[in-house]
Write a protein that binds this ligand. Structure first.
Ligand code: S3P
Length: 414
């Protein structure tokens, strides 16, 4: 699998803020992470990129320089929001922008706490949309209770907190992925928990690190569902990240009857990893509610495919965050699955899928969203004829090798 996208973004930014050299083996080569590399280079950070390793010479908390041009984060919400946190504490002016999708996504969720910490941030719609213009400042720690569960918001506040005078406290309604916390602790940054709140003392010094990036479970999920649905499949996926804040899809598929075995569990730089063995199995419908959403937030497009062909009803509630991802994923998956004869219904915060769909070949659109495109490709494997998916360049944002991996598996099975 490609390296984990979330961990790669964080490793790049933390390494650029560290003192000394860091390396990232098995990093994500998706366009999202390459945009973050370019942005950091424009901030004066020396980064060498090789096929399997990235080498970053960190400049410490105060060593970035004012970029000459706007920093383009492409399609990446993680890149833009995490960089905004790190730029809020820099004594210079910067602009963060991205593609049409990213410029349509909500930014007040990071702008509001970063302003409270002392940064001056302007943007479209009063700062609710990118481009964002940031005039960094001497920040002060705040006690922030986020209204949404979001690892991007949490990480933006914590990255800004690295620059702040005094303690930064952060809490959120339900726990989101905790890569930032694990990676900070691995670097010796004294981030602690106080009940539900995270507490970060300002201005810690930290040195570079040699990171080994696990494979991305969110990429593996497409093959896990594909292997579950295509009769006779027997697929092994090695070195996949198994952070419990990300493994919701494995729990839900397991409860639906999937045959997934985790072997060779181990640890890489504070992140649990393992190998997965997946065999085809009949699936049953399931109910997914708000409490389960954060740990499988990126897996709903492919989860819908599993639920479409499962036996019996599936109902998803509490997943309204899907409406503000790379596209409105509730709308996109409903529209596209209907085109291939899946009778899915959208609700304001989720889906109703009756299951047992007889998938028909057809023509679908990706809506410019990598996960929608890959989910539809897996759905197509269950169809009665060929399916064409339009506008699939977006797959390269997270998983440039998806097509080759899929062809390899299909060829092996011939
Ligand atoms: C991410 C967090 C999630 C997820 C995104 C990656 C991250 O977003 O959807 O793909 O790396 O922090 P939110 O935590 O904002 O929901």
């Amino acid at each position: 699998m490609p390296g984990d996208k979330s961990i790669t973004h964080r490793a790049l930014i933390l390494s650029a803020l560290a003192d000394g050299v860091s390396t990232m083996k098995g990093y994500c080569r998706g366009a999202d992470c390459l945009m973050t590399i370019r942005a950091l280079q424009a901030l004066g950070v020396a980064i060498e990129v090789e096929p399997d390793v990235v080498r970053v010479t960190g400049r410490g908390l105060g060593g970035w320089r004012e970029p000459a041009r706007p920093l383009d984060c492409g399609n990446s919400g993680t890149g833009l929001r995490l960089l905004a946190g790190a730029l809020a504490g820099q004594p210079f002016f910067s602009i963060l922008t991205g593609d049409d999708s990213l410029c349509g996504r909500p930014m007040e969720r990071i702008v509001e706490p970063l302003r409270r910490m002392g940064a001056a941030i302007q943007g479209r719609q009063g700062g609710a949309r990118a481009p964002l213009a940031i005039r960094g400042a001497a920040l002060k720690g705040i006690d922030y209770r986020a209204p949404v569960s979001s690892a991007q918001v949490k990480s933006a506040v914590l990255f800004a907190g690295l620059f702040a005078e005094g303690e930064t406290r952060f809490s959120e309604p339900l726990p989101s992925r905790d890569h930032t916390e694990r990676m900070c602790r691995h670097l010796g940054i004294p981030l602690t928990a106080d009940g539900q709140a995270l507490v970060l003392p300002g201005r810690p010094a930290f040195a570079g690190n040699d990171w080994v990036i696990p494979g991305d479970l969110s990429a593996a999920a497409f093959f896990i569902v594909g292997a579950s649905l295509v009769p006779g499949s027997d697929v092994r996926i090695e070195h996949v990240g198994l952070n419990p804040a990300r493994t919701g899809i494995l729990d839900v598929l397991g409860a639906m009857g999937a045959d997934i075995r985790i072997v060779n569990r181990r640890d890489d730089a504070g992140e649990p990893v393992g190998d997965l063995e997946v065999r085809a199995a009949p699936l049953r419908g399931i109910t997914v509610g708000a409490a389960q959403v954060p740990a499988m937030i990126d897996e709903f497009p492919i989860f819908c495919v599993a639920a479409a062909v499962a036996d019996g009803d599936t109902v998803v509630t509490g997943a309204e965050e899907l409406r503000v991802k790379e596209t409105d994923r509730i709308r996109a998956m409903t529209e596209e699955l209907r085109k291939i004869n899946v009778p899915v219904r959208d609700t304001p915060d989720g889906f109703v899928l009756p299951g047992g769909a007889a998938v028909r070949g057809g023509t679908c659109m990706s809506h410019g969203d990598h996960r929608v495109a890959m989910a539809l490709a897996i759905a197509a494997l269950t169809g009665d004829g060929p399916t064409t998916i339009l506008d699939t360049d977006c797959i390269a944002t997270s998983f440039p090798g998806f097509h080759d991996n899929l062809l390899e598996l299909l060829t092996l099975s011939d």
